[in-house]
Structure formats: C-alpha cells, structure tokens
Unconditional design. Structure first.
Length: 324
C-alpha cells in the first residue's frame, strides 16, 4: 500500500520583539522636535512627568490589547471596564475594607468582564466587535446608574494613594508598575506556549484548531487578561485622582487601538510587538498633551486621534500588501 504524506497546516505568525513600524519611530522623533519649537514648555520636567502619567493607563490596557489584536480580535469594552472596576475599588475602600481587598475586588471584576466577553465570543458565537461593544455599553450604563453621574470620593487611604501618586527614586510609581506589567506581558507573549498559541490563532485560526491548539480556551484567557489589565489601569487612575469618575475611560478604546496598531501589531492578526505598543501609547499621550499645550479646541482632539488611526491602519495594509 502506498504511503500517504500528511502535511501539517502552517502557522505563519510573526513576533516583532523589538520593532514595530519603522516609520513610527521616525514620526515620533520628528513630532518631539516640532513640539520643542512650537511649545517650549513641552520638555520641562513637570510636563514630561505628566506625559508619562497620561500614558500609563493607555499603555497598561494596550499590553492586553496587543494580545487581543494579535489574536485577530478586538475589545471595545476596555474603557468602560476601567471605569466600572475603578468604581468598585473606590466603593469597597469607602466601605472601610483594606486596600488589598479593594484592589482584588477590582481585579476580580475585570477578570469577570473579560470572561463574559470571551464566553460570548467563543460559546455563544457573537462576533467580538458586537460582544465587546455590548459589554462596553452595559458597563458604562451600570456606572452611570450607580453614581448618577456623581464621582465616588473618599478613596484617600494613604496606602491606596501611594499606588498612583508616590515616587520611587524620583520615578512615579505608576510608571514603575507599568514597566513591571510590560516585563510580564513580554515574557508571556514571547517565551511561553500561550503567547505562541495566541499568535498562531491570529495567523490562521482553522490551522491552529487542526494542530490541536485549544482555541476557545486561549481566546477566553486573552479576554480575561485584557479585563484584568484594564482593571489594573482603573485602580491606578482611581488612586491618582482619589476618586472614581463616572466618565473615566471614555474614548480609551480608540487610544488603545491606535497605540497597538501604530506600534506595529497588525489588525489582521498573527503579528505583535509590545515594544511598538509602548511607543504607540507614549505617542498618543504626547499628541494629547501637545494639543492641550497648543490650546487646540478639545472638539478637535477626537478628529486628530481618528485621523491617526486611519493613517496607521492604511500604512499597515500598505506594508502587508507590499510584502505579499
């Protein structure tokens, strides 16, 4: 009997450990030079610290979004998750519970929201765009119903304030915590089977399933990770403000997607770069800071951000077409 050759499906994912879109770095440098001339206050120590603080929540959420988008998914619920988990954390603190309990409550809620997203997508069969958009609306609605649009104040425990306001060796603690999260995400994506599975699914979901990768479990785990990181960002922001703002996180989903795509993670999946995500997150913070320093009307901010997203996606499509 003749032997039959069996060809295993090819999983052609690409991991960009240290590089994203090369043009992003050039544009970033040009932007910094231009801002140095247009807004002399931009390079002051205080403003640089503000830029880093503004980049922290976007960067932390974007680390999780890098996994989601690298898996060929999308998560529109991150901003609402930040607001709702920050609200729960502040409320638990106001009720008199210890800081660790309050933080764990916020993180657990973030994980639950991610679990719901993953379940709706993998088990119910709802597309990721619709599922996460629905959770985004529901979560924001819960925040507004509970708060009636009024901030939850009183989250002023010294240990909790230290998370978002203190310094270590002259470096803001939120920046240090973000760096720790980056290291953990970097290891998870580039040095574990989980990370390889994520990019395999993004590259070719059908082939990944055929070679035995538990695609549903991986997808659920990725959305849980995104929920936890969104909650962590919410905790840091709540600590910084010493209150839970009902409108916290509005528009963050746009900034996060922009940061990830600008950094070089392709919307079509199978390709991810966390270094690029860091650059993208800082770039988004720099853009918003520059618009404020230049006294640009806030109504124009979303137009600028939307234009950046369009340019980033168009550049990604062009690069992929050229390589193909």
């Amino acid at each position: 009997m003749a032997e039959v050759a069996v060809t295993r499906p090819r999983l052609g994912f690409k991991v960009g450990r240290a590089s994203g879109n090369a043009g992003v770095y050039v544009a970033f440098v040009i932007l910094l030079i231009g801002l140095g001339f247009a807004a002399p206050r931009f390079f002051t120590f205080g403003n640089m610290t503000d830029v880093l603080r503004q980049a922290v929540p976007i960067a932390v959420i974007a680390f999780g979004a890098t996994f989601v988008i690298g898996m060929r998914g999308i998560d529109l619920s991150v901003g609402s998750t930040l607001a709702l988990t920050g609200l729960v954390t502040a409320n638990v603190l106001v009720l008199g519970y210890p800081v660790p309990v309050a933080c764990l409550a916020g993180l657990a809620l973030g994980a639950f929201i991610g679990l719901v997203n993953g379940f709706l997508i993998t088990k119910v069969g709802i597309t990721d765009f619709i599922a996460t958009m629905a959770i985004m609306v529901v979560s924001r609605g819960v925040v507004m119903v509970y708060t009636q649009g009024i901030p939850i104040t009183g989250a002023s425990d010294p240990a909790f304030r230290a998370i978002g306001q203190s310094y270590l060796a002259g470096i803001p603690v939120p920046v240090i915590l973000t760096a720790i999260v980056f290291v953990g995400a970097y290891y998870l994506l580039y040095y574990t089977r989980f990370g390889r599975f994520v990019l395999s699914i993004g590259s070719n979901p059908d082939a990944a399933r055929l070679v035995g990768i538990p695609t549903d479990k991986i997808k659920i785990a990725v959305y849980v990770l995104a929920g936890v990181l969104s909650a962590f960002a919410g905790i840091m922001l709540t600590s910084r403000l010493e209150s839970a703002m009902p409108e916290a996180g509005q528009g963050y989903e746009l900034d996060v997607i922009a940061a990830v795509v600008i950094g070089g993670t392709g919307l079509s999946g199978g390709r991810a770069t966390l270094f690029g995500t860091v650059v993208g997150a800082v770039l988004m913070a720099v853009v918003r800071n520059a618009l404020n320093l230049l006294n640009v009307n806030t109504f124009w901010h979303q137009i600028v951000i939307g234009t950046i997203i369009l340019v980033a996606v168009a550049a990604d499509r062009f690069n992929r077409s050229r390589k193909a």
